[in-house]
Write a protein that binds this ligand. Sequence first.
Ligand SMILES: Nc1ncnc2c1ncn2[C@@H]1O[C@H](COP(=O)(O)OP(=O)(O)OP(=O)(O)O)[C@@H](O)[C@H]1O
Ligand SMILES: [Mg+2]
Length: 331
Amino acid sequence: MENLEFITVTLNPAIDQTIFVEDLTPGAVHRAKDSHRQAGGKGINVATMLSLYGKSVAVTGFLGASNPSIFSKHFKEYGLRDEFIRVGGETRTGIKIVDTNSSETTDINLLGPSPLETQQRDLVDRIQKIAKPGMWVVLAGSLPKNVKPEYMRTLIKAVHSAGSLVAVDSSGEALATAIDAGADLVKPNVDELSEYLGEDLTEFSSAVAAAKNLHREKIPNLVVSLGGQGALFLTPDAELMAGAPKVKVISTVGAGDSMLAGVLAGISQKSSPADCARLATVFAWSRLQMLQPYLPGKDVIQRQMAQIPIQPLNRSVRSTSVQRISDPNRN
Ligand SMILES: Nc1ncnc2c1ncn2[C@@H]1O[C@H](COP(=O)(O)OP(=O)(O)OP(=O)(O)O)[C@@H](O)[C@H]1O
Ligand SMILES: [Mg+2]
């Protein structure tokens, strides 16, 4: 079997369904102008980007047994090793209705299946069986409705006992539990960080100060993404800010997931902290301009990396407001 480099865990995957209608009106009948469906879920998104970069990745978590085909097709297309635990019922669908007149998006997130306690234990066993020392295991996305936040701690313990490292991209109680349980790398966006700390981080300087504190106290590798303003990268060796790519944005959906894949790719190939930040930003860049998962060839990646401005955080960084640029397709 090929040498596995990463495992991503998606506890609550979803089929992303985007429907375009001309003028969304409650109570009216609409004819869709266009629609597309795609296998989704944060861990699967991270895995797909890593695989496009040439890494060998296994995907796991809980997948509904009744509608697996869109996922099987995706795993095959992107060369992902399927280690998902099948659970009764259907994987949920996340519906995005894009009103093409107003460019507004309405989200309807359906409920997914509830993994049983035995299935939750099966997942821990599965991860322990395939995780190897030094490998990164990514825990990403929300929790299914009957899975308790403490399950994050159980997973992190299992990963650490296999000698692997844990990266987390989640929010709310799941994120808080993961930080408390000793996640090795965490990638919140500024809103998730603000919610976790219970602090207003609208000022750029407060976001930087909060990130520095949290990094020093609890999280060895912290990436805070600031949407159109770039991202903060705090590692044991450096504290940096990477500017955002200056490009025409088609959709920011999944940009953060892609950024996480890029930073892990950089760390695993032992790039310098600045190059990890550049690579992470280039991974995000490739998502901003495509609705499908995409990564350019290595020569283009190199050229794009050279365009990403990097600044140390210890110098006085310009103080502005952190503003999330609104995007019709963002969830
Ligand atoms: N509007 C934008 N313009 C330029 N770059 C952007 C924009 N939005 C995001 N990016 C790039 O993508 C990175 C990650 O974006 P963001 O902070 O929106 O992640 P996120 O909120 O975790 O996204 P998601 O969870 O939907 O994947 C940013 O640090 C930046 O490099
Ligand atoms: Mg995110």
